[in-house]
Design a protein around this ligand. Structure first.
Ligand SMILES: Nc1ncnc2c1ncn2[C@@H]1O[C@H](COP(=O)(O)OP(=O)(O)OP(=O)(O)O)[C@@H](O)[C@H]1O
Ligand SMILES: [Mg+2]
Length: 268
């Protein structure tokens, strides 16, 4: 037990780099991740999953291409993975400052999406297309890993899908056309950092890779809506209409693709 780093014994290489530094813990995400924010770096500790190695690879590939955290040290002890990365400046896009300035917020979110789309993916080391996502969704459904409590009330039950298996069947049979680009994969407002009127950070790259453009649009649009509705903090921001994202992006909303990617997300 290493008191300085909480409940886990942090590998020596990482301990050396963080020893004696003060940190705060972060409670924004919903995962089992433990995030320690130091003055100039962030340590993220997650239960072991093979896909985290791919995340580190994609982060390294994106260095100097996008404002993503620099990987300072990565270790794995078979049970957990420890990622020490640089701390990026800025406030999260869900900060009250931006929700009170919806034009500015929509412009920055559109900028984040366009930054992703501007990346040449020909040598991107990771694919997160619909085949990959549906395969992972199938694994989650078959192993009872879908948390129904996190689903939108209308998704399952009367008028909706019977259960996750039913939804997965529908998703497999109703695949939309593919519009590939670099896709962040979890482009919600807390994963976008803004500083001085520009995007200063895209973080939480666990699902980043070549994927469909509408996956990011859908999750970003829903995140703006939920944050504006006060779903996380109680305060409501009626002027922050999520539709503003489409105007800022110059893209016509595709209701079917939005629905498809939000339904797919119910299985994760
Ligand atoms: N490199 C970083 N620079 C600045 N802040 C960071 C950085 N990494 C994480 N944070 C802060 O910690 C919060 C949580 O980190 P992160 O988004 O990586 O994990 P999570 O959302 O808890 O987990 P999950 O991987 O399951 O989505 C972020 O919203 C941000 O406020
Ligand atoms: Mg996050």
């Amino acid at each position: 037990m290493d008191k300085e780093h909480g409940a886990f014994a942090v590998p020596e290489s990482i301990r050396k780099l963080t020893a004696g530094k003060a940190f705060s813990t972060d409670g924004v995400g919903m995962s089992k991740a433990q995030v320690m924010v130091f003055e100039d770096c962030v340590l993220k500790i997650v239960p072991y999953r093979e896909k985290n190695e791919e995340t580190v690879r994609v982060m390294r590939w994106l260095e100097n291409k996008l404002p993503v955290p620099k990987v300072l040290c990565y270790e794995c002890d078979g049970e957990r993975q420890y990622l020490l990365m640089s701390r990026l400046p800025g406030r999260m896009a869900c900060d009250a400052y931006y929700l009170e300035r919806p034009d500015e917020l929509a412009a920055r979110l559109a900028e984040a999406i366009r930054m992703l789309w501007s990346i040449d993916v020909s040598d991107c080391p990771r694919v997160r297309d619909l085949d990959t996502e549906l395969r992972e969704a199938r694994f989650r459904v078959e192993n009872n890993l879908v948390n129904l409590e996190l689903a939108e009330p209308a998704t399952f039950g009367p008028g909706g899908f019977k259960d996750p298996e039913h939804l997965l069947d529908w998703l497999e049979r109703n695949r939309p056309g593919y519009e590939p680009a670099l896709s962040h994969g979890d482009l919600c407002l807390p994963n976008i950092l803004i500083d001085n009127g520009r995007i200063s950070g895209l973080i939480d790259l666990g699902d980043t890779g070549i994927g469909d453009r509408w996956r990011d649009i859908a999750l970003c649009w829903r995140s703006m809506r939920r944050n504006a509705e006060g779903a996380f903090g109680g305060k409501v921001y009626p002027d922050a209409r999520a539709e503003m994202l489409f105007d800022a992006l110059g893209v016509k909303p595709d209701a079917e693709k939005l629905r498809y990617y939000l339904l797919l997300d119910e299985l994760f």
